[in-house]
Design a protein around this ligand. Structure first.
Ligand SMILES: [Zn+2]
Length: 172
């Protein structure tokens, strides 16, 4: 039977012959019969991700950070709290300090106390006090620092000591 505008078509999927009115174009581009082959696109195909907003609303500029470094001038054992450093330049009480132990781990603590830079000495039989003056004996005195906690392991002379600071401020 001839029906104007309703010509015969072949289903792209099942191969059956159908009138144009019984056919539909799928999202795949195929012309298929509506009797059994036509499939709408699965809704999940239209799911799209929503990008996370990872921006920081109140960002501050990076704080300049330095990692100073020196070494142990003497060997120490677990439990010690006073260590002799090769250099104490720039260190202050409250600064963080990390001492590399012989097992490779690091004891992190803080500088509880730097020696007071004054001394009493005997000079030609007289007791002479340098109270409040900067006095160093071969530059060694102020290199003995007291830790805020005990050494967690043995450490040998020459082991690395980390002395980090943030913006020259101490860590307490
Ligand atoms: Zn079909």
């Amino acid at each position: 039977m001839y029906i104007p505008q309703d010509y015969w078509m072949i289903c792209d999927r099942c191969g059956g012959q159908y009138r144009k009115s019984d056919m539909g174009e799928e999202w795949t581009g195929l012309w298929v019969c509506k009797r059994g082959c036509f499939e709408t696109r699965h809704p999940q195909d239209f799911v799209t991700g929503v990008a996370d907003d990872v921006s920081v609303p109140n960002a501050s500029p990076d704080v300049p950070q330095t990692m100073g470094q020196t070494t142990l001038a003497e060997s120490y054992v677990s439990g010690d709290t006073i260590v002799h450093l090769t250099s104490s330049d720039g260190l202050a009480e409250g600064d963080a300090i990390g001492i590399v132990m012989d097992n490779g781990a690091c004891t992190w603590s803080y500088i509880k106390e730097l020696p007071t830079r004054s001394a009493t000495v005997t000079f030609q039989g007289e007791v002479v006090t340098f109270g409040g003056e900067v006095v160093t004996f071969g530059g060694e005195t102020e290199k003995y620092v007291t830790l805020g906690s005990i050494m967690l392991g043995d450490a040998s002379s020459g082991n690395i000591v980390y002395t980090p600071s943030i913006n020259s401020e101490s860590w307490t």
